[in-house]
Design a protein. Structure first.
Length: 328
C-alpha cells in the first residue's frame, strides 16, 4: 500500500514537472514572436525615430535600458539629440530566435559622419534593450575612415539555402574561436582562428587585409595571428547577442583589455598614404569592440569591426560571462 501511494505521488510530481516544462516552452517562444520581417521593420522605425529625435514613437518597454559607448543614459539623450537624418550605410543582422537586432551603420551627427554599432533586444513586440557604440567622424582617439564604407559586400546580404546553413552552435563556435586565436597567438598553445584564406577585415571602415597602405602591403587576416602580432591581447567580457542563421553572421561585443586596468596613451594607425599619425595626449582604457563575423561552412569569410577606446575606466554595463545560446 505504501509503495502504491509513493508511486502515485511520483506520477503526480512528474506530471507537474512536465506540465511546467510545457508551459515554459510555450511561454518562451511567445516572448520572441517577432519574425525577420518584423525585426527589420522595427529597425527601420528605430532609425526614423532617431532622425526625428523622438523615441516616443517606438514600442519601448517601460524598463528599457539604453547605453551609449558604455554609459547608461535615459533614452532620448546623447545621439538622440544630435543625429541627423537616416543612415547612408547599414549592415543588418536579424535573430528572430532570441529577438535580436544587430546593425553597423554610418549616419551624420553634429555635421560629421559617425559610425554606429547598434543592438536591439525585442521581447513581446517591445524594445527592452538598446546598446549603441559610437565612433564619431571627428574622433582623435582612434583611426577611422567612414567614407570608405559603401554598400556591404554580397556576403552580408545573401540568403543561405537552409540545407547549407551552419547551425547556431557552429556560428557561435566560429566567432568564439576567432578570439581564442587572439588570446593564444604567439604562444605554444596557439590555436589558429577558422579564417578563409581570402577573408577580409575592416576596422572602422579601413580595410586591413589583402591590400596596401602606402608602401606597406597587408596580407591575409590569418597572417597576423600566425606571426604572433597580437600576443598578450586580453579579450574580456565576450558576448554574442545576435546570430543571423539566414546570412551566416554573428555579432560579437567584447572588450580589448581590462576595463578597470591601467590607462595608456591613445595611438593612431597610419593614414591612407602610410604616414604615421601622432595620437593625442589622451589617456584611454579598454576598448569597446563590436565585430560582426560572416561565416561560410564553419569558417570566417569576412569581418566587419567598429571599435573605440574607452575614455577612462568604464565597466561593461551589460551582463557578461558565459552567454547561453538562448536565454530561455
Amino acid at each position: 500500500m505504501r509503495n502504491l501511494i509513493w508511486c502515485r505521488q511520483l506520477v503526480v510530481a512528474a506530471t507537474a514537472v512536465l506540465s511546467a516544462g510545457i508551459a515554459m516552452a510555450a511561454e518562451a517562444p511567445a516572448r520572441f514572436n517577432c519574425d525577420r520581417a518584423c525585426l527589420g521593420k522595427l529597425a527601420d522605425r528605430y532609425f526614423q525615430a532617431l532622425a526625428a529625435h523622438n523615441p516616443g514613437t517606438l514600442p519601448l518597454a517601460p524598463n528599457v535600458k539604453y547605453t551609449e559607448t558604455g554609459i547608461v543614459k535615459p533614452i532620448g539623450q546623447g545621439l538622440w539629440k544630435t543625429a541627423e537624418g537616416l543612415p547612408r550605410f547599414r549592415l543588418n543582422l536579424y535573430d528572430p530566435e532570441t529577438g535580436g537586432i544587430g546593425i553597423h551603420a554610418v549616419l551624420k551627427e553634429r555635421g560629421v559622419e559617425t559610425m554606429l554599432s547598434l543592438r536591439l533586444k525585442v521581447e513581446n513586440n517591445q524594445i527592452t534593450e538598446v546598446e549603441s557604440l559610437l565612433i564619431a567622424g571627428d574622433s582623435r582617439i582612434v583611426g577611422h575612415q567612414p567614407e570608405d564604407l559603401g554598400q556591404p559586400s554580397r556576403l552580408w546580404t545573401r540568403t543561405i539555402p537552409v540545407v547549407e546553413r551552419n547551425s547556431r552552435f557552429e556560428l557561435l563556435a566560429a566567432a568564439d574561436a576567432y578570439f581564442r586565436g587572439f588570446e593564444s597567438n604567439g604562444t605554444k598553445e596557439y590555436i589558429p582562428a577558422p579564417l578563409l584564406p581570402e577573408a577580409d577585415r575592416r576596422e572602422n571602415g579601413i580595410l586591413y587585409t589583402n591590400t596596401s597602405i602606402g608602401a606597406s602591403k597587408l596580407s591575409t587576416a590569418r597572417s597576423g595571428f600566425d606571426a604572433g602580432n597580437f600576443k598578450g591581447m586580453q579579450v574580456r567580457d565576450r558576448r554574442y547577442p545576435v546570430v543571423d542563421s539566414e546570412t551566416g553572421a554573428v555579432m560579437s561585443l567584447v572588450r580589448f583589455g581590462d576595463p578597470m586596468g591601467k590607462l595608456s596613451k591613445a595611438s593612431l594607425p597610419f593614414d591612407k598614404n602610410g604616414k604615421p599619425q601622432e595620437g593625442p595626449d589622451v589617456m584611454v582604457g579598454a576598448s569597446f569592440v563590436s565585430e560582426i563575423f560572416c561565416v561560410s561552412q564553419g569558417r570566417i569569410a569576412e569581418i566587419h569591426a567598429f571599435w573605440i577606446p574607452a575614455e577612462g575606466n568604464i565597466a561593461t554595463p551589460w551582463p557578461t560571462g558565459n552567454v547561453p545560446v538562448r536565454d530561455w
